[in-house]
Write a protein that binds this ligand. Sequence first.
Ligand SMILES: *Cc1c(COP(=O)(O)O)cnc(C)c1O
Length: 395
Amino acid sequence: MLRHEQSPSITDYQQCDTYAWFSQRAWVEVDLAALSHNVQQLRRFLSARTQLMVVVKADAYGHGVVIVAQTVLKSGASWLGVATVPEGIQLREAGIKAPILILGATYTLEQIHALAHWKLQPTLSSPKQALIFSNTLEAINCDSHLPVHIKLDTGMSRLGTDWQQAGEFVQLVQRLPHLKIASIYSHLATADSLDPTVMNEQHTRFESAIAQIKAMGIEPPYLHLANSAATLADKRLHYDMVRVGLAVYGLYPALHLRERIDLKPVLQVKARVTQVKNIAQGTGVSYGHQFVAEQELRLAVVGIGYADGVPRNLSQKMQAIIRGVRVPQIGTITMDQLMLDVSALPSLQEGEVVTLLGQQGDENIYAEDWATQLNTISWEILCGFKHRLPRVAVI
Ligand SMILES: *Cc1c(COP(=O)(O)O)cnc(C)c1O
């Protein structure tokens, strides 16, 4: 940490080799040891026959996809899941060889061409899509079989063929040229809920779809159903693979799942104090003067704002940690900067590090804390950090 004991002059800055603090006003720290720990914890929780797919869509939930993919594959994951074809290509271009499932929908000639070329494995959600794939692969003279993953809708009402038509759908895909069924899967809508009723109903529907498929004389295929919440909630949902996102990043999908395994948050958001000043009683702070000092106070300006992913709706509802001390944020959060009341830290200096999300000393601020304030979920908080923040890997 850089501290200036006295206010330095411009020439001091230029001579100082840690002058670089001005160029790193804010960043996201990604703790690779915590990431590895989480994968190992999950691996230990799963039986040997169950593979671990780490879901790395949306730039690995904001953590930086390439470094995350490399780390999780070294730590015991064997599959990667992404939402789109460009996300898959990004991993292949980085030299990643592991099997990659595209969880989202793909239909076009360009997408199918890219899937075959980059060895990415698509999700097939309807007979119509399966026919488009088969015809397109025929037209581009594809001489091998593209592995495809059959998606059943068992109650999420998102992508997938209705579970009651599972048998017919699987039979159709099996008969089509150029396609090879790699797995059959479905997605749960309420696995993070305390009440397991809907999850159990989806489980029963999935089982009955599999029974239909077997009854048609089709070899029991590779099966997967569980996201993070279901993986932690019920081992009967693990099947041959689990698709885990949030838990790998060290967050729990719900409070009641906390005791299942020990996870460590991977991401921290940090920024620097760019100016410290005293303001007199009655002074307004930031746009709209939503905050007016009731007494003289010491104010720190911090170089991070809503354009970096600190939601403006957290204005005056969030805190930050400096030198292990929790301090309140005051005034409206602006695009690139926000202000803190640092009266508790009279010797605070410009250049010091502020933790907005993460741990410092005994204090912790979790993505869940922001999510609760904003009436949203931690997934959205993690995905919200913009690329203007460099991702810095720490080991
Ligand atoms: C995003 C996603 C997951 C991962 O969900 P988490 O709750 O983050 O574990 C799993 N499966 C599918 C189909 C998804 O879209």
